[in-house]
Write a protein that binds this ligand. Structure first.
Ligand code: SF4
Length: 364
């Protein structure tokens, strides 16, 4: 439990650790003897912010000792409280991604406990041993629910062996069966962690959140700098646009009512691509419910708060990903988890081919 405090049963464990050691939340924030817990919590948080692709699964904490178990588990709680106290969706998404990636790596390595861990997130799992090598099978209902959020041919049901309602997670893309299954479970961890943090945020009052003012300020500043470094999108032209962005623009210009996720995505993506607020407002001018003042107010909010665009998984879940397997070779790649990666890949290819263009093309 100290290694995996994010598990659904983790909240009971964390409560137990706090009670057993006589620690209050105020102690967690300022008691000198808990400085190591806070330092480890800050590292967990910074790793998530700095390494968008996932954080290092290794920990220097000795988990065989009681002190080590307490430090590791409470550091998770401390980091989670900072994230919730920030009321910042972008920080939340980033931290959840870091923790979920870390869990994906750790689960993939945990031969002994893997089946138990998996059953915390999916309805069942079967392990078939063949000459000492385990292959996992999972219920089709779990696979069908989670696979649309992952790109790559491996994750299409038609490419998976299926028997009596069970889907075979055989090795693939350089990963063992366990690692492939852990990758799928990562989607549930992300969802579970996001829901529990949103719930905490909704319950958290301002006076409690203020206790975390210093660490929140530090980490949100770092996040803004990091996001700025990652997104030099000023040279985007229309051919670079990912299909999800292109379709949101096209649908709105044809008067189609794009859903809320699609609209927020369009505005935040425009921001990441360094389009102006005026250009972005222009995308909405044919929307069936268009109102110039409301549109410019909402876009201004998104620009001022520096929203990060949704990733592919969220867009797929909200029916804002228009491609099916085989429609677009880039979108079929397993590493393509975010529309900004699509944009960057297209830009890189264009510049390599000598077709560099450094202006933002007419957007309508
Ligand atoms: S796979 Fe990702 S980048 Fe491609 S269209 Fe769907 S959401 Fe956009």
């Amino acid at each position: 439990m100290a290694r995996y405090p994010f598990l659904p049963q983790g909240s009971v464990f964390l409560k137990f650790v706090l009670e057993k050691n006589g620690i209050t939340v105020e102690d967690l924030i300022e008691a000198p003897w808990l400085e190591e817990v806070r330092a480890r919590g800050r590292i967990r948080l910074l790793e998530s912010v700095m390494h968008k692709e996932g954080v290092d699964a290794a920990t220097t904490i000795d988990l065989s000792s009681d002190l080590g178990k307490m430090t590791e588990s409470l550091s998770f709680l401390y980091a989670m409280l900072i994230v919730c106290a920030s009321f910042n969706e972008r920080l939340l998404a980033r931290w959840v991604e870091g923790e979920a990636s870390r869990a994906d790596q750790l689960f993939g390595m945990d031969k002994e406990n893997f089946a138990i861990l998996a059953k915390s997130y999916i309805s069942d799992i079967k392990e078939i041993q063949n000459r000492g090598v385990a292959t996992y099978w999972i219920p089709m209902s779990d696979f069908i629910e989670l696979c649309p959020r992952i790109s790559g041919n491996y994750w299409r049901l038609i490419n998976r062996p299926v028997k009596n309602g069970w889907v075979c997670m055989n090795p693939g893309a350089g990963e063992t069966s366990r690692q492939r299954t852990a990758r799928l479970i990562k989607e549930r961890i992300r969802e579970d962690l996001t829901n529990s943090c949103v719930d905490r945020m909704n319950k958290m009052d301002d006076s409690f959140a203020e206790l975390f003012l210093d660490p929140v300020e530090r980490v949100t500043k770092l996040l803004s700098e990091q996001v700025k470094d990652e997104m030099p999108m000023t040279a985007a032209i229309r051919e670079d646009w990912p299909p999800c962005f292109e379709s949101a623009v096209a649908e709105l210009s044809q008067g189609v009512n794009v859903n809320h996720t699609g609209r927020v995505f369009l505005a935040s993506m425009s921001l990441a691509m360094s389009l102006t607020q005026e250009q972005t407002c222009g995308f909405f001018s044919n929307a069936p419910d268009y109102n110039a003042d409301t549109t410019s107010y909402q876009i201004n909010q998104i620009f001022e708060r520096g929203y990060t665009p949704h990733g592919c998984a969220a867009l797929k879940t909200s029916a804002r990903c228009p491609v099916s397997p085989g429609d677009d070779r880039l979108c079929d790649q397993e590493w393509l988890t975010h529309p900004l990666k699509y944009l960057k890949a297209k830009q890189r290819r264009r510049f390599k081919d000598g077709g560099g263009v450094t202006i933002i093309e007419e957007t309508k």
